[in-house]
Design a protein around this ligand. Structure first.
Ligand code: PBG
Length: 342
């Protein structure tokens, strides 16, 4: 055969590495860590094998385990000792994330990013205080909230005030980066203003800029105990059907001063990661969410997939699509493999 083009020439073992377009590094990953103020013991998260909720006293040890694998950054999620209609434990000086952040930043070199949202702190599980029509006498969810107009959920502007307080309280505790995940309009501006006002102009914001209303968050809601008590999040998180809307959402966050732009979930939304990569110059993060992790684990438990191989291929694909940073529950396992050089 007289073939001019033989792409297979460059797939031979000794040249593959030279022409490889994408590679994974432990420094690309951010490991989510769950700190739980309600327990003195580590509690395994059933839906996310290998992950645990750890008590505040174990937070430093937990982060050291992450650092040993070569991963340098963690994303902290908190499970508070009590919940109320406004989510007040989210900005308490002695709150779970504040306390864990203080310890981790003083005792380790980890880069600490904190999730800023109210769903783990409100008793109704929504990402902010409810609109007046939905509130019962104690301020909590009205008994018939489930029967109310589904357009009524979170009071956007009241939530912005809370997000400002939470972000400032995290920065005071030593957080290196703030990551708002509630999809409230104006959240980045409110947080930027709060941080700057209090002298934290050097703390960057990683906005969950294009966060979809996804069924892939199921296992996380188990892990962080943050499922909404009624209704769903579709009036603040994005419709999975929309791609152009993501560009508009992200542009607004850019205008408000977001430093890093996140797409979430990752694998079912790689088109959005690619679109963002082409449209913006900011670092792009992708969140390989709990459901993406759980499904690979479940299939591998059945012997249907090779877990290490599919985990690595997934993360490589997320990077290839355009992400610079990846939040993933596979961070430690994949990083440990990379550090060992296999
Ligand atoms: C809180 C939050 C969620 C996740 C991260 N932050 C849950 C949600 O929006 O319901 C999901 C993460 C995951 O599934 O891994 N707003």
């Amino acid at each position: 055969m007289d073939l001019t083009h033989r792409p297979r020439r460059l797939r031979q073992d000794r040249v593959r590495g030279l022409v490889s377009e994408t590679s994974l590094e432990p420094a690309d990953f951010i490991a989510p860590v769950f700190v739980d103020a309600t327990t003195d013991d580590r509690i395994p998260i059933e839906t996310m094998p290998g992950h645990e909720r750890v008590p505040i006293d174990d937070a430093v040890d937990r982060v050291e385990e992450v650092l040993e694998t070569g991963v340098e950054a963690v994303m902290l999620f908190g499970i508070p000792e009590s919940k109320d209609p406004e989510g007040t434990r989210a900005w308490a000086d002695d709150g779970v994330v504040q306390e864990a952040t203080r310890r981790i930043t003083s005792e380790t070199d980890a880069y600490v990013i904190t999730d800023v949202c109210l769903c783990e702190y409100t008793d109704h599980g929504h990402c902010g205080p409810l609109e007046a029509e939905l509130r019962g006498e104690d301020g909590g969810a009205y008994d018939h909230a489930a029967d109310c107009d589904p357009a009524l959920t979170v009071d956007n502007d009241a939530t912005l005030e809370a997000l400002d307080r939470i972000a400032v309280s995290h920065a005071e505790a030593g957080a290196d980066m703030i990551a708002p995940s509630g999809m409230m309009d104006g959240m980045v501006a409110a947080i930027r203003e709060g941080l700057d006002r209090e002298g934290y102009e050097r703390v960057p914001i990683m906005s969950y800029a294009a966060k979809y209303e996804s069924a892939f968050y199921g296992p996380f809601r188990d892990a962080a105990d943050g499922a909404p008590a009624f209704g769903n999040r579709r009036h603040y998180q994005m419709d999975p059907a929309n791609a152009r809307e993501a560009m508009r959402e992200v542009r607004l966050d850019v205008e408000q001063g977001a430093d890093v732009l996140m797409v979430k979930p990752a694998l079912p939304y790689l088109d959005i990661v690619g679109d963002l990569r082409r449209e913006f110059d900011h670092p792009i993060a992708a969140y390989n969410v709990s459901g993406e992790y759980a499904m690979l684990h479940a299939a591998s438990e059945k012997g249907w997939l090779d877990l290490e191989a599919v985990a690595r291929e997934s993360l490589l694909s997320i990077k290839r699509a355009g992400a610079d940073l990846i939040l993933t529950y596979f961070a430690e396992d994949v990083a440990a493999g990379l550090s060992e050089g296999d």
